[in-house]
Design a protein around this ligand. Structure first.
Ligand code: PGA
Length: 249
C-alpha cells in the first residue's frame, strides 16, 4: 500500500512574503486531512521562511534543484548539506525545465542523486518524453534511457519517480488517465526488473497540468500514486483541493 503524495512545484514563483501568505492560507484548508503526504517546493530563497511555518505540521519541504558537490568553489550553487540546513527533506531532480534550459543530462542527474542520497535527503526524480518522442513512438525508449542513466548505481530507497510528459507541462494538455497509467506501469515494471520486490513500494507521481478538476480521474488509476503540481499549486485553495482529491485513493 502506497500513501498518495502530492507535491507543489512552485518553480521560479513567490517571494518570501508570498510564500508565508500562501502557507498561512493553505494550512487551515488542509487541517485534519489524513491519508496523503504533502510536499511544498518553493524557490531556494523561500525555503527557510517556509520551513519555520510548516515545522509543526505534516507538510514537508523540498528544494527544486541541488548541486552534486557538498561544498567548494562552485559559485551560485547550493549543496545537499545546505538544503538539509534549511529544513528540506526532499529535492526535485531532473525536472524537464532543468534538462531543457540548463543542459542537465542523465549523468548529471545521477551524480546529484548520489550526493543527495549520501546526505539523507529523499529524491523526486523527474522523467518524461517530448511531444515529438511520443509521436515517434519513442516514449518507452526515452523512459528506459532516463531511468537507466539516472539510477545507475543507486539503490531505490528514498526515491520517488515523477512521470512528467513534457508536452503536458504548463500547457493545459493533461495526459489521459490511461496514458499516465500506461507510462507508470512501464516504469513500475522497469523498477521491478532492476530492484525486485521493493519496487512495489516506490511512489510514481504524475505531473503535467494537474488541476482540482482532473486529479480524481488520474488518481483513480492503479499506478498513479500522486501528483507533482506546478501552476495549480500556486493558489492555496486550488492546491488544497488537489490534496483533498488525492485522499479519495
Ligand atoms: P504544471 O507543471 O502542473 O504547471 O503543468 C508541472 C511540473 O512542471 O512539475
Amino acid at each position: 500500500m502506497r500513501t498518495p503524495l502530492i507535491a507543489a512545484n512552485w518553480k521560479m514563483n513567490k517571494t518570501t512574503v508570498e510564500t508565508e501568505n500562501f502557507i498561512r492560507s493553505f494550512l487551515p484548508l488542509i487541517k485534519g486531512t489524513t491519508g496523503v503526504d504533502i510536499i511544498i517546493a518553493p524557490p531556494f530563497t523561500s525555503l527557510l521562511s517556509a520551513a519555520i511555518l510548516i515545522r509543526a505540521t505534516g507538510v514537508r519541504l523540498a528544494a527544486q534543484n541541488v548541486f552534486y558537490e557538498e561544498k567548494g568553489a562552485f559559485t551560485g550553487e547550493v549543496s545537499p548539506v545546505m538544503l538539509l540546513d534549511t529544513g528540506c527533506s526532499f529535492v526535485i531532480i531532473g525536472h524537464s525545465e532543468r534538462r531543457q534550459y540548463f543542459s542537465e543530462t542523465d549523468e548529471i542527474v545521477n551524480k546529484k542523486i548520489r550526493t543527495v542520497r549520501k546526505n539523507g535527503l529523499e529524491v523526486i526524480l523527474c522523467i518524461g518524453e517530448s511531444l515529438k518522442e511520443r509521436e515517434d513512438n519513442k516514449t518507452f525508449e526515452v523512459l528506459d534511457r532516463q531511468l537507466s542513466g539516472s539510477l545507475d548505481n543507486i539503490t531505490l530507497d528514498g526515491i520517488t519517480i515523477a512521470y512528467e510528459p513534457i508536452w503536458a507541462i504548463g500547457t493545459g494538455k493533461t495526459a489521459t488517465p490511461g496514458q499516465a497509467n500506461e507510462a507508470h506501469s512501464f516504469i513500475r515494471k522497469w523498477l521491478d526488473k532492476k530492484y525486485g520486490d521493493i519496487a512495489c513500494k516506490t511512489r510514481i507521481l504524475y505531473g503535467g497540468s494537474v488541476t482540482p478538476e482532473n486529479v480524481d480521474s488520474l488518481m483513480a488509476e492503479p499506478e498513479v500514486d500522486g501528483a507533482l503540481v506546478g501552476g495549480a499549486s500556486l493558489k492555496p485553495d486550488s492546491f488544497a483541493k488537489i490534496v483533498t482529491g488525492a485522499t479519495k485513493k
